[in-house]
Design a protein around this ligand. Sequence first.
Ligand SMILES: Cc1cc2nc3c(=O)[nH]c(=O)nc-3n(C[C@H](O)[C@H](O)[C@H](O)COP(=O)(O)OP(=O)(O)OC[C@H]3O[C@@H](n4cnc5c(N)ncnc54)[C@H](O)[C@@H]3O)c2cc1C
Length: 313
Amino acid sequence: MPQNVIIIGSGPAGLTAAIYTARANLAPVVFEGFQMGGMPGGQLMTTGLVENYPGFKDGIDGQQLMAEMKEQAARFGAEMIMEDVVEVDLGRRPFVVRSMSGRTKEAEALIIATGAVARRLPLDTEKSLWGKGISACAVCDGALPIFRNKPLAVVGGGDSAVEEAVHLTQFGSRVYMIHRRDELRASKIMQKRAMEHPKIEILWNKVVEEFLGDAVLQKLKLKDTQSGEISELEVSGAFEAIGHVPNTAFLKGQLATTENGYLITQADSTVTSVEGVFAAGDVQDAKFRQAVTAAGTGCMAAIEAERWLAEQS
Ligand SMILES: Cc1cc2nc3c(=O)[nH]c(=O)nc-3n(C[C@H](O)[C@H](O)[C@H](O)COP(=O)(O)OP(=O)(O)OC[C@H]3O[C@@H](n4cnc5c(N)ncnc54)[C@H](O)[C@@H]3O)c2cc1C
């Protein structure tokens, strides 16, 4: 017998979809993932205190939040399988889902909630100081006390980089944008915002060679892409805004995506280009990328899957 619904991914989107579909008696199966596109529990497993998820006035540890969500879904009967999905067949019904151990399951409806992975600079010093002044999310971490009234840097030159820089001006004493070219990739209006902001300074033609600091980030070693000149910049925070990669490789092009690989969903909906397949969370959201928005679209996907299944029968 095929499952009613299979959910792929166990971040806030997947687990919220699991809670809702389990409470609707759909007996969902969740492929939690393993290592292909993050880890079971998703991106929040890699962070400390989450201060902006509603309901926790003093914040909550990222791992604890995800453990609570998983228990909540399991309490209503969601079945968890800690494996990556390596392949799906959306060309037939029921859909076929194959995981890394070779397990095959069929489902009437699918919810894809596989998230996205932030691109990171491939530097050893970045790895060692990650979370100690280096982040990939200004909205998530910018308000932390370690960044208050300190010089900060954003690496990147697109719209997201400008958004992050503008957001950080509320907290930092000065915000440097480190960009490897001599013009920003951001839209004209965003470029104007960055260039005219009194707290933002753009350092053109610069790349980060190394992140320097003992226990926490203290400086960036920069290289000029034109002259090769090396310089140092004192900062207490560096935010990488060099893009995200949505985890869609296992779909092998069976769903419509944007040019950056995000799954396309209909407006105000989680409906994808294949009927019966829904997408929630960061895998379809290049704009907000927050736990609460992922959970919100996970809820939407569950309700839409439930209604779609009801229509089919
Ligand atoms: C360091 C850090 C700190 C953050 N802090 C905050 C914060 O303070 N507040 C906030 O709101 N947001 C924060 N975010 C953003 C937030 O974590 C994401 O917006 C949110 O986790 C997205 O949820 P999601 O469920 O869409 O995807 P994810 O959390 O990315 O989860 C994706 C899931 O899919 C699974 N998966 C991927 N590929 C496969 C596959 N092939 N088969 C099976 N499973 C698969 C993964 O294992 C994972 O379980 C932070 C992000 C990072 C990286």
